[in-house]
Design a protein around this ligand. Structure first.
Ligand code: SF4
Ligand code: SF4
Ligand code: SF4
Length: 532
């Protein structure tokens, strides 16, 4: 159980877990301390660069940044003395000296932290001579606008890109007044590691980083924020649709919502504009004389019902088949199969998942009893080894791709990538196995044979939770690494190394992609993922 400490912040006594910062303790006590470079919602590592969160420690009489200074037992903290207010006014004053005073037309007016603190501290204009950056906003891609003149160099965008999205696309460049946030010099967004996920927009406290498509479409207070699930991939990220006049203006996310904890990829953030797209079909179309012509819903439904009825009467129900889509909701798919089975009267109903999922679903169901993911997305944050096969994760399930990159970069978790292609994850891999396409089974069987030969398997797990293990042992017997090398083209030494890395980790996770609508991570213990 975490040990607690008690301290006094202004007039409030507060008890917090050991290791809390003063700012975290103040939040618990209901005391609001201004801050710009630190974002508690995201829990970005504090850099203490803006100095706005300075507070006074009564005993020492010193000022410390509350975002990074640890709270201590018996501490007495003053957060709002006249001296502190003066310092904060001066800091805002300095920031405003290099900031356009165009709140009337700024996209972030009403949601800008700089504006909020200038208002709270009564700083109406800067007392320093203006030294405005004259640079025009940069639009080096269709989605994101960077306005240097509004950038306060707080570094939140750099942190989210490096520490959370694990792209490391942007950084500080230049010196002094010319310092700016940018991609490396001479690199276009398209040819950089930037994935245009737009997570840098969500953390920016001013109007410096913004979504191009939302320009002039509405301010924060004019938008209704509706949470829903991203329709694209099996990660199932929670997105916030910011809506005005029944039109989606911008997609954002929040760290408190969903498995994505505030992160989104380019698809979820910028790929939802089809909802209001001018070319979107708004009426059914009926083909007449070879041309699709607009029709009413009644006309379309009557036509479909009568044609299905005619075919059924003439040829029987089995002359009809229905194919549903992973883009539909569970409820829509349920109703569809019910309609085909109960109304049309045939079992000829299928789903696009047959194409991409069925082999893995069948294998998982046989091995684990259910064709579903056996461990959670959160496991990627704690696993000691990740084995990726059959998945270009950063493209197909980008939020999980980021989690894998974070594990490899920040925790040095060994990453085994088995893919004939050099995908993005191979840049982070401890070992990249480029096996010949279609030889996955031989590769995995050989890895399992190595694990058994070297007695690296989890014997207790096998004894308690598996059946038919002797048959399984016989099945992989023939797959020596040398034999698998001939089939897969992978040197036997690499197969042995990968097997050892995988089996010697105490908590490993395997990842098998199962197409556009689903993702299955397998394996929470030695061999569990391999016996499938
Ligand atoms: S869009 Fe995403 S990848 Fe690109 S700079 Fe912003 S956070 Fe980094
Ligand atoms: S672009 Fe925004 S988040 Fe990035 S440093 Fe500038 S003000 Fe901070
Ligand atoms: S990873 Fe991207 S596409 Fe997949 S659910 Fe999340 S935002 Fe949508």
């Amino acid at each position: 159980m975490a040990e607690n400490i008690s301290l006094k912040i202004d007039d409030f006594d507060v008890t917090v877990p050991v290791g809390s910062t003063i700012l975290q303790a103040a939040k618990l006590a209901g005391v609001d301390i201004p801050h710009l470079c630190y974002d508690p919602a995201w829990n970005l590592p504090p850099t203490s660069s803006c100095r706005l969160c300075l507070v006074e420690l009564e005993a020492a009489g010193s000022l410390v940044p509350s975002c990074s200074h640890p709270a201590a037992a018996g501490m007495v903290v003053r957060t709002d003395t006249e001296e502190i207010r003066q310092i904060r006014r001066m800091l805002i004053d300095l920031l405003l000296s290099d900031h356009p005073q165009d709140c009337l037309t700024c996209e972030r007016a009403g949601g800008c932290d700089l504006q909020k603190y200038a208002y709270q501290l009564g700083v109406k204009q800067s007392s320093y001579p203006p030294e405005q950056s004259l640079a025009e906003p940069e639009r080096d891609g269709p989605a994101i606008v960077y306005d240097r003149s509004k950038c306060i160099l707080c570094g939140r965008c750099v942190q989210i890109c490096q520490d959370f999205h694990a792209s490391g696309a942007i950084d500080y460049f230049g010196r002094g007044f010319d310092t700016r946030i940018s991609l490396p010099p001479n690199q276009s967004r398209r040819h950089s590691t930037c994935t245009e996920c737009g997570n840098c927009i969500d953390v920016c406290p001013t109007g410096a980083m913004s979504a191009a498509a939302a320009e002039g479409a509405g301010r924060e207070w004019e938008l209704e924020s509706v949470p829903t699930i991203c329709p694209y991939c099996g990660c199932g990220c929670t997105i916030l649709m910011n809506i005005r006049d029944n039109r989606v203006i911008q997609i954002t996310a929040h760290p408190d919502l969903g498995i994505n904890k505030g992160l989104l990829c380019v698809k979820g953030r910028f790929g939802i504009d089809f909802i209001s797209h001018a070319e979107r079909l708004t009426t059914p179309l009926i083909r007449k004389d070879g041309k699709l012509t607009p029709a009413t819903w009644d006309q379309a439904l009557d036509l479909v019902a009568s044609r299905l009825g005619e075919i059924k009467n003439k040829f029987g129900p089995n002359a009809i088949a229905g194919l549903a889509s992973a883009k539909c909701t569970n409820e829509e798919n349920y109703i569809f199969q019910k309609f085909i089975r109960a109304v049309v009267g045939t079992n000829n109903v299928d789903h696009c998942a047959r194409l991409c999922h069925s082999s893995t679903v069948a294998g998982l169901a046989r091995a684990f009893g259910s064709g579903a993911m056996t461990n959670s997305i959160e496991d990627f944050e704690v696993t000691d080894c990740i084995f990726v096969i059959g998945s270009n994760t950063t493209e197909c399930h980008p939020i999980i791709g980021s989690a894998i990159k974070r594990a490899a970069v920040q925790r040095n978790a060994p990453l085994i990538v088995a893919d004939p292609r050099a995908i993005e994850l191979t840049e982070f891999a401890t070992i990249h196995i480029q096996h010949t396409g279609g030889t996955d089974v031989a590769l995995i069987n050989a890895m399992m044979r190595v694990i058994l030969d070297e007695q690296l398997e989890d014997k207790q797990f096998i004894a308690e939770r598996t059946e038919g293990f002797d048959q399984f042992r016989k099945a992989v017997e023939a797959y020596t690494p040398e034999m698998a090398e001939k089939i897969t083209g992978v040197p036997a030494a690499d197969i042995i190394r990968a097997a050892r890395i995988y089996a010697q980790a105490s908590r490993e996770t395997g990842l098998v992609e199962v197409g556009c609508a689903g993702m299955i991570g397998v394996g929470a213990g030695p061999l569990q993922g391999l016996v499938g």
